[in-house]
Design a protein. Structure first.
Length: 396
């Protein structure tokens, strides 16, 4: 795919997956890279308590594989070099509003962990206690617990990606909760011929907003079972993580964008951006088209060689300390540099000018500013001109 060819595989991006369980995900060969490279940054079980997540239902394993799977010649996900936070919020043994409360708790946790993208292949309409089930009138993005939580996560600077639901062929054919939330990406499903999948739920929301937002492959999707075998499956549950990985790669390629700017750019580059509807939203997502709209003078090109040496880094990371250091790659040493730090919403927090020096590490100083807990983007650019290099870091 164009994103991978250009060298973007999710490096440095933090993705939280909310699901029903991840059995086998710590043993599957195609997921070993994220384990051996310590790219499962955290695990949380909001159903049973504690941190054990490699159990329960394999739905989460399949969704994780669509993003993080990587086995040359066999399987590759959309952002296989990303870092992951695995959260069990769904209890498949029952349906109750408690699962929405779990979603809320996981979203708050994701914010504290510095997550960039939430991938949630979950939806709620009908509960075991029918009196608690949602009505269509409640699908306004501001009534259900999980929908309010998703809106809060979006306002905190994360991109929330949620499946539209699989009720398209049913009498209730609408999206679910939290897919009705404002300011998130609600994902519909298409087949390999780019046709709407009949099961993919429709919009609009009760207050008339367009849903779904974007669409991705969700028919006969290749996913990994807990045994590690690749199988085919259908559902917006699979369209969602596939697109979430693309979101991570797109943000990696455009690190100065805010979360909402990322969403707007992907909408603008999608297949039916000029004629959006409540079947596929703005259409099938297109990384290259969205990138080129942002960079008309420098269209996306395949990466011919990996950059030499280590990338730019801020350390310690994460950290609660006010004293941070910059690790400069060889390509930035020996020249005057401008350092800018922005928060997760894109606001400039501070700027620092560094004189030319051969040093590989230098202090990161932001005069007069103590960083609040959260995720930050550090961009370093030569004063004489040239591309900026970026690194994300977390202040605890």
């Amino acid at each position: 795919m164009a994103m991978h060819d250009a060298g973007y595989r999710g490096e440095g991006m933090q993705i939280a997956i909310f699901d029903a369980g991840f059995p086998g995900a710590n043993q599957i060969t195609a997921l070993q890279n994220i384990q051996t490279q310590s790219r499962v940054a955290s695990t949380r079980n909001f159903v049973d308590g504690g941190r054990s997540v490699y159990l329960r239902n394999g739905h989460g394993t399949a969704c994780l594989s669509l993003i993080g799977g990587e086995l040359p010649g066999y399987y590759v996900g959309t952002a296989p070099r990303a870092t992951f936070h695995l959260c069990i919020t769904e209890d498949v043994d029952s349906e109750s509003p408690m699962e929405e409360a779990n979603w809320l708790a996981a979203a708050e946790y994701a914010d504290s962990a510095g997550v960039d993208v939430i991938s949630s292949s979950l939806g709620y309409n009908t509960f075991d206690d029918a009196a608690l089930s949602h009505t269509y009138a409640q699908l306004n993005g501001r009534t259900a617990i999980a929908s309010l939580a998703a809106l809060g996560a979006a306002r905190a600077g994360m991109v929330v990606v949620n499946s539209a639901g699989n009720d398209g062929n049913n009498s209730w054919h609408y999206i679910g909760v939290p897919a009705d939330a404002d300011s998130i990406i609600t994902v519909g499903a298409v087949d390999s011929l780019r046709n709407h999948a009949g099961f993919s739920s429709y919009g609009p929301t009760a207050d008339g907003r367009l849903k779904p937002t974007l669409a991705s492959m969700g028919v006969a999707s290749a996913v990994l079972a807990p045994s590690g075998v690749a199988v085919r499956g259908n559902g917006t549950s699979y369209a969602c993580p596939e697109l979430a990985g693309l979101v991570a790669g797109f943000w990696q390629a455009n690190p100065t964008l805010t979360a909402q700017q990322v969403i707007a750019a992907l909408e603008a580059g999608a297949s039916q951006a000029q004629n959006p509807d409540n079947t596929l939203g703005y259409g099938i997502v297109d990384f290259k088209a969205a990138y080129n709209l942002l960079h008309p003078g420098a269209p996306l090109a395949a990466k011919t060689a990996a950059p030499a040496g280590e990338p730019l880094a801020v350390f310690p990371n994460p950290s609660h300390l006010d004293e941070l250091m910059l690790a400069l790659p060889a390509s930035l040493r020996g020249q005057a540099l401008r350092v800018r730090v922005r928060d997760s919403k894109g606001a400039l927090i501070g700027e620092q000018l560094l004189p030319a020096s051969p040093a590989a590490t230098v202090p990161l100083r932001l005069p007069g500013r103590a960083l609040a807990p959260g995720t930050y983007l550090c961009a370093v650019q030569p004063l004489a001109g040239g591309p900026a290099q970026t690194a994300r870091f977390i202040r605890q």
